[in-house]
Design a protein around this ligand. Structure first.
Ligand code: SF4
Length: 470
């Protein structure tokens, strides 16, 4: 009987791509992917480790799944990813129940583990890995959508961030290799491509002159792959975006007017302490220029509250900015005091209670903006990508419109009619909540009908193979 493997993927979409590579390695090693950890002989926890809460979630998940070695079929427990990369020795000493440790660049070493010829500690150099079109990979994001990692690592030194320590320096894939992967995905029916990396705006700058075409040229080539309908760009650093990229966001029919740009703060003092390399005026100019140039723009961002040195006045300035900018999607993080980060040695740490209060205040300010923007969609007709049955109720299907990125933005719950996961359908919005919508299916055939049995039917397999903790 085939041996069975269960993977849980923690953290960001870039880590999810790595989990999908490990699924691909397992499948090509003859393993069956299961969604019940108690049935798996091999369990892999692909960890996240960039801030305190993520580290805690990773440790809790490892300890929880380690119990399967007593109560389930588990013979081998593997810990991979950023936490493993960051604290290999401490984890190995503290967790005798873990059989193998892989780092953030060691996905392919899972093959040695499954072949039973691997040492316990397999954490290598974070700069050794760059996914390729030829890498084994089992896509788990449904029938019509996929993340495509275009680069790995980051050359910046934001003082609160340890990601460059966990992922190494920036290294971009060649545009030809990215396009080859997108062609393969599109040939299997995927029409939504989410381009991800740590520092997407810097894509290609590390490639040699001949291969350096920059992000805009890559985005255009991806969007022009036959079958691709939605191209979305994630993790843009707040730099002055070049005209070519703005033009694509504004007018290319298959590049979504969607910008995911973590701004972190707007106060000059805080941005200086964060070593972001720019002040608040740059940020206001970038927002204004994007709003002016890109009709129907959906702007997602993220902010940190409670960074050392943040006063009530700085926080008030941030709230004023968020009220002015009226961003569509906002994530708010409380500063995490990471010992190996530059901010750790800074003075004027903010008490946890004050940071928590600021987090609540900014989230509630943004909730009102999000609700008003959602309410404005009631009565409108939108195209939606059907994702599958909702987590809430098996008879309710859920979908996303072009302004909703997978895993991080809201959903459109569907009413009135039948549809299938992977379809692209037209709906009329009938209700809105803070982050979600209800859409009535138009009485017409799908714009794109999901192909049956494509991608080895990954939607079903998704329920089988990859538990994602967001
Ligand atoms: S751009 Fe800054 S915050 Fe983002 S991964 Fe690089 S160092 Fe971290």
């Amino acid at each position: 009987m085939k041996k069975r493997l269960y993977v849980v993927s923690l953290g960001c979409p870039k880590n999810r791509v790595d989990s999908e590579v490990m699924l691909g390695v397992a499948e090509s090693s003859g393993y069956q992917l299961v969604d019940d950890p108690s049935a798996a002989e091999v369990i892999v926890v692909n960890t996240c480790g960039f801030i305190g809460s993520a580290k805690k979630e990773s440790v809790d998940t490892i300890l929880e799944l380690a119990e399967q070695k007593e109560s389930g079929a588990c013979e081998t427990l593997v810990v991979a990813g950023c936490l493993s990369q960051r604290h290999p020795t401490e984890l190995a000493d503290a967790m005798p129940e873990v059989d193998h440790f892989l780092g953030s660049s060691d996905m392919l070493r899972l093959g040695d583990v499954l072949a039973g010829k691997a040492a316990r500690m397999l954490v290598g150099n974070p700069a050794d890995w760059l996914v390729q079109a030829s890498s084994p990979r089992t896509v788990t994001t449904g029938k019509a959508s996929a993340y495509v990692k275009i680069a790995e690592g980051c050359n910046r030194s934001c003082s609160f961030c340890v990601i460059p320590q966990l992922r190494g320096k920036q290294r971009s894939r060649s545009a030809d290799d990215v396009v080859r992967e997108v062609e393969e995905l599109a040939a299997q029916g995927v029409f939504e491509i989410n381009l991800v990396s740590q520092d997407t705006v810097a894509y290609g700058r590390d490639l040699d002159k001949a291969a350096r075409h920059g992000l805009a040229s890559l985005v255009e080539r991806v969007a022009d792959v036959p079958g691709v309908r939605w191209t979305r760009v994630h993790y843009l650093y707040p730099e002055a975006l070049d005209d070519a990229l703005l033009e694509l966001l504004a007018s290319h029919p298959r590049v979504l007017p969607y910008v995911d740009m973590p701004l972190q703060h707007v106060s000059d003092e805080l941005l200086r302490r964060m070593k972001r390399g720019h002040g608040g005026d740059r940020i206001r100019r970038v927002v204004e220029r994007l709003r002016k140039r890109v009709p129907g723009l959906v702007f997602r961002s993220a902010f940190i509250v409670g960074h050392p040195g943040e006063t009530d006045a700085h926080f008030h300035e941030l709230c004023e900015f968020v009220a002015w900018a009226e961003l569509d999607r906002v994530g708010v993080f409380r500063y995490s005091d990471e010992p190996t980060s530059g901010s750790f040695t800074q003075s004027d740490k903010v008490p946890a209670r004050a940071a928590a209060a600021r987090h609540r205040k900014l989230m509630s300010l943004q909730r009102k903006i999000a609700h008003a923007k959602n309410a404005a969609l009631v009565g409108q007709t939108l195209d939606v990508l059907v994702e599958g049955t909702s987590d809430e109720h098996e008879y309710v299907m859920m979908a996303r419109h072009a302004g909703q990125a997978p895993d991080i933005d809201g959903q459109v719950y569907l009413s009135g009619g039948e549809c299938a996961a992977g379809d692209l359908r037209r709906v009329r919005v009938t209700q809105a909540s803070d982050y979600d919508l209800v859409g009535e299916l138009a009485d017409e055939p799908p714009i794109v009908a999901a192909r049956r049995g494509q991608l080895r039917d990954t939607a079903a397999r998704k329920r089988v193979s990859l538990a994602v903790v967001r």
